[in-house]
Design a protein around this ligand. Structure first.
Ligand SMILES: [Fe+2]
Length: 215
């Protein structure tokens, strides 16, 4: 009937996946674990099914300098691909997450930042999923039954991640992490970035008005 029929995405929401080379990830992950061990011992006891997070200042410690470099490089790459016009950005928070067996991470966003990311340090088999939530607010006003969930109809999108994966996403995009189904700990490092000096460099209006006479 038609010469062509396509489904063209409009207003797509992207998450940006980066994978380190396996040998680089193995070395870096050992260094990160050693850094966490050095800086965060003794860890408080974590109740079964409960998560643990570090303070949000990991980016100021030398043990995590290489990771910060990777975060900065990848974030710049995303901003460049998006063709964002900015002067500088900075990491505003960086913290470790430990999910013991059974521990989920409830739905949340990373408010007051532009991009956020997670790097996976230790990933037990079967635990490597992060779930993104459909940001279109009206999307669930009508929710027919679907024969099968797919990218056209799901309210949630699971993204597979593994040790050595860095995922970057818009900070406003809601997400959660399913309970860790394994017997090992899932360990990740999260971060946020924001434009430096945002109020001065980005917030002022960008239209031309009638110029006032100046003395
Ligand atoms: Fe998060």
């Amino acid at each position: 009937m038609f010469e062509q029929a396509i489904a063209q995405p409009i207003f797509p929401t992207h998450v940006w996946l980066h994978a380190l080379k396996a040998e680089d990830a193995a070395r870096l992950n050992q260094e990160i674990l050693a850094g966490l061990d050095k800086r965060m011992k003794p860890l408080p006891a974590i109740a079964p099914g409960q998560s643990w997070q570090s303070s949000q200042d990991l980016h100021h410690f030398p043990e995590f300098a290489e990771l910060v470099k990777i975060f900065t490089h990848a974030s710049k790459s995303v901003l460049d691909t998006m063709e964002v016009d900015y002067e500088t950005f900075e990491i505003t928070g960086c913290w470790a997450n430990i999910n013991p067996p059974g521990a989920p991470h409830p739905p949340h966003t990373h408010a007051n930042n532009y991009l956020s990311g997670v790097y996976y340090v230790q990933m037990p088999a079967g635990a490597g999923t992060i779930c993104y939530h459909d940001p279109r607010q009206q999307r669930d006003v009508l929710e027919p039954k679907f024969k099968k969930l797919n990218k056209f109809n799901s309210l949630f999108q699971n993204v597979k991640v593994d040790a050595g994966t860095l995922i970057i996403f818009p900070s406003w995009l809601g997400h959660s992490v399913p309970p860790n189904p394994s017997q090992g700990e899932r360990i990740s490092i999260s971060f946020n970035i924001m434009f430096s000096d945002y109020a001065r460099t980005i917030s002022p209006p960008r239209w031309n008005g009638i110029q006032l006479k100046r003395d």
